[in-house]
Design a protein around this ligand. Structure first.
Ligand code: SGN
Ligand code: CA
Length: 525
């Protein structure tokens, strides 16, 4: 080979390597922050009624807020599986919480990993099988614990670590980002918080927040569930089902409660170290004493429970917000903000007293909505409001799209990259939903349905056969089931057809009569 050919080959090779390295650098890092049961109503970018969340709001101000982001099945493990696979529950198999996720499936982290991304998963996993597709992972057993949680590392080591879950998960995440961001490869981190899940245990550092603040009761707090059989049959009512000891921390021999409630509370309480216990008692002891003194009953008790619920729930949210602030600050300080997509979401929505409830599961608005905010400077315009109806089903194809990786053709979701970038407006006109976990915790009947920008049609099945129809424009709080109202007959017919089409499209035409074993009741011993 002559010298000039050698030189030419070297030149071509170095140009190729240079292009590759630019390409590698241009692919964005991805940080998907997800919390557990975070109601959109308690993010001030959406709603300023209850709390200020300045750090989460930063993502909306500097990027996009999705006004119509929904889950496909409003419960934890199913939502996580939908996010990983880009497929509905009937296809990915995770129809309810009590199933071991089939981790041999194609997931977006696996695809990113194969495309050269460093991948990490830190926090609440809740899918029973071990995470796959990650270079690094550390999770918690099942729901995890708020205080001094036990972490499970991928090398098989389990370790109880002192501190508060939301802080610890953030510490570990920043440490991992610190390590991987120094290499040449882009990274993708799933940063999954336990909070603000039941039983809403705040960080001792936040116990002074919101003390004694009065929250407005939602207008339908005293819902009679007229015309809504399934809504009447649930067991997630603040008045009836919220437990004063376990949920509201009123632990005292003078206070009666179920054995389940007391046992579970003691289980958490016994984990405190002396300093945590002292701070905890300092906050709750006076509240307990007051409660014993006043002994509220009837409506006064329901409203007292609501206020206590809100106080603790919002304290756990404040900690999430603070820790998101730490992540954003880290990115700023390390010159990573511009090349990193940051997303904030929750596995589903949550009731903060609407219809008198806590928990989720129903296809009604508060639990169907998933908060979704996304920042990617230079690509997503600051202050973008996305009105299109996106779903967690779309996360996988969207993130792959941003990373320049072609989604797996079997994924059922659609990339909303062009939508959030403001490059296209073309989108679906209806979303599909299917909830299966019945019989189970909180007794929400199995149902599936369709929602358009204005209407919603739901079919409750399994041990009932009931249809509901709502006009969200005239009845945004879903108090009037108009299924039998002739005024809507044409609309209902249209929606029934749409529902059938979606069920065919998503291969979900069979009403699944699988059995859910055992009793999940929290009311027994
Ligand atoms: C636990 C909770 C329930 C909750 C489920 C599912 N009970 O079982 O209230 O509905 O999780 O939540 S608890 O007393 O043990 O906290 S999910 O978000 O994980 O699906
Ligand atoms: Ca959840």
């Amino acid at each position: 080979m002559t010298v000039s050919i050698m030189n030419r080959l070297l030149l071509i090779a170095s140009a190729f390597l240079f292009t590759m390295s630019i390409y590698a650098q241009q692919r964005p890092n991805i940080i998907l922050i997800m919390s557990d049961d975070h109601a959109q109503q308690s993010i001030s970018a959406y709603d300023t009624t209850y709390i200020r969340t300045p750090n989460i709001d930063r993502l909306a101000n500097e990027g996009a807020i999705f006004e119509n982001s929904f889950c496909t099945n409003s419960i934890c493990a199913p939502s996580r599986a939908v996010i990983l696979t880009g497929k509905h529950s009937n296809i990915n198999g995770q129809v309810h919480n009590g199933i071991r996720f089939d981790s041999s499936q194609v997931t977006f982290p696996k695809m990113l990993q194969a495309a050269g991304y460093r991948t990490g998963m830190i926090g609440k996993w809740h899918l029973q099988s071990q995470p796959t597709g990650f270079d690094y992972w550390v999770t918690m057993h099942d729901q995890g614990r708020y205080y001094n949680p036990e972490f499970i590392y991928q090398n098989g080591v389990t370790k109880v670590e002192e501190g508060y879950a939301t802080n610890l998960i953030t510490d570990k995440s920043l440490q991992w980002i610190d390590e991987v961001s120094k290499g040449g490869q882009p990274f993708c981190l799933l940063l999954y918080h336990k909070a603000p899940h039941r039983n809403w245990m705040p960080d001792t550092a936040d116990l002074n927040l919101f003390r004694g603040k009065k929250y407005p009761l939602p207008g339908n707090f005293y819902d009679s569930y007229n015309g809504r059989v399934a809504a009447a049959a649930q067991e997630m009512s603040i008045a009836k089902d919220m437990l004063v000891t376990y949920d509201l921390k009123m632990y005292d021999p003078a206070i009666e409660d179920t054995k389940w409630s007391i046992r579970n509370y003691v289980d958490d309480y016994s984990r405190f170290n002396p300093a945590q216990k002292a701070a905890w008692d300092k906050e709750y002891k006076p509240v307990i004493d007051q409660f014993i003194k006043n002994r509220p009953t009837g409506k006064a008790l329901s409203e007292w429970k609501y206020q206590r619920y809100m106080e603790d729930y919002l304290r756990t949210v404040a900690s999430i917000d603070k820790n998101i602030g730490r992540v954003l600050q880290y990115l700023d300080n390390h010159n990573l903000a511009n090349n990193t997509i940051v997303i904030y979401t929750s596995d589903q929505g949550m009731y903060l007293g609407e219809h008198g409830w806590f928990d989720k599961r129903f296809m009604y608005e508060e639990s169907l909505h998933m908060p979704l905010l996304m920042r990617y400077p230079g690509h997503i315009q600051a202050g973008t409001h996305v009105m299109q109806m996106v779903q967690n089903l779309d996360f996988a194809p969207t993130l792959l799209d941003f990373a320049g990786v072609k989604p797996d053709p079997a994924m059922q979701g659609v990339s909303f990259k062009k939508i959030v970038e403001g490059k296209s407006k073309k989108w679906r006109d209806a979303i599909y939903y299917h909830y299966y976990e019945y019989p189970g915790f909180h007794s929400v009947k199995r149902h599936y349905g369709v929602r358009t920008d204005r209407y919603k049609l739901i079919h409750f099945y399994y041990n009932i056969d009931v249809w509901e129809f709502y006009d969200l424009k005239t009845d945004p709080h879903e108090m009037h089931n108009e299924f039998n109202n002739p005024v809507y007959a044409k609309q209902i017919n249209k929606l029934k057809k749409k529902l059938q089409k979606l069920r065919e499209q998503y291969k979900d035409t069979a009403e699944d009569n699988f059995r859910i074993g055992g009793s999940n009741s929290q009311k027994g011993n």
